[in-house]
Design a protein around this ligand. Structure first.
Ligand SMILES: C[S@@+](CC[C@H](N)C(=O)[O-])C[C@H]1O[C@@H](n2cnc3c(N)ncnc32)[C@H](O)[C@@H]1O
Length: 236
């Protein structure tokens, strides 16, 4: 990294940090945690009741709206953001909660690989929230591959995902880059990953009504996910 790039990154981080004080309304982006979606919150709370999660891992911190909700569950939270500006914002936002949160300024794949390599980080009973998608570079398949190769008895929720036969919103970045099952097949099929969607349609959801998919890290996790009333299993 050149001196100019380092200075630029520091400026961005400082600007992001100042934004926290200048625009308090930015604390609640996209209508609140999980895009302001109450049913999604219920899914997450059901998951907490049925799994003994030792940590929550988020990719794509942005302004920390969902991160803050994760912190309210009293689990240690690990979150990463690639943009210096949002990282700076989150750094200031969560300064007083430093004992409970680990904030990274890393690409999501490097971040997950570094957690996988860290001996002290649990390799079972982890909740992953994958939300680092809104740019040209779509890290999702690689993120999923790293998780299923390194963790067991863990759960992955992907935001902005197409829910078949419903009107939930989802991300479409062009051919071969649509957040639909086809896109994840290279990881899902060989690993026999159990798949779940919200048990209700978008008309019973609030907020931005974005779709999601919930996956277990291996086939056995599916029997626990089967107990969650807010989820329905999906077979391909
Ligand atoms: C949709 S926003 C996340 C919203 C946040 N999770 C919430 O619920 O409020 C996506 C964020 O992911 C970040 N991002 C995109 N690609 C990334 C990557 N490869 N690694 C880490 N962060 C990334 C973007 O800069 C952006 O801040």
């Amino acid at each position: 990294m050149s001196l100019q790039q380092i200075t630029g990154s520091i400026h961005e981080m400082v600007d992001g940090g100042l934004e926290y004080f200048k625009n308090p309304e930015l604390k609640i982006s996209w209508g609140g945690p999980f895009n302001g979606q109450e049913f999604r919150k219920k899914i997450f709370l059901n998951l907490l009741d049925n799994f003994s999660f030792k940590a929550v891992v988020e990719t794509g911190t942005y302004r920390g709206t969902t991160t803050d909700f994760f912190l309210s569950t009293s689990r240690p939270v690990y979150t990463t953001e690639s943009q210096y500006r949002y990282f700076g914002y989150a750094l200031i936002r969560f300064l007083s909660k430093w004992k409970h949160i680990r904030l990274f300024r890393k690409d999501s794949r490097d971040f997950l690989r570094s957690l996988a390599a860290r001996r002290s980080f649990p390799k079972k009973n982890v909740f992953f929230y994958l939300d680092a998608h809104w740019q040209e570079d779509l890290p999702l398949v690689e993120e999923l591959d790293i998780i299923v190769s390194n963790w067991r008895n863990s759960v992955i929720m992907i935001d902005d995902f197409c829910v078949p036969d419903t009107n939930y919103g989802y991300d479409n970045y062009g051919e071969g880059r649509v957040l639909k099952l086809d896109y994840l097949n290279p990881v899902i099929i060989p690993n026999n990953i159990p798949l779940f969607f919200p048990s209700v349609g978008s008309e019973e959801e609030t907020g931005e009504k974005r779709g999601c998919i919930v996956l277990g890290t291996e086939n056995d996790t599916g029997s626990i996910l089967d107990r969650i009333p807010t989820l329905r299993r999906y077979y391909i």
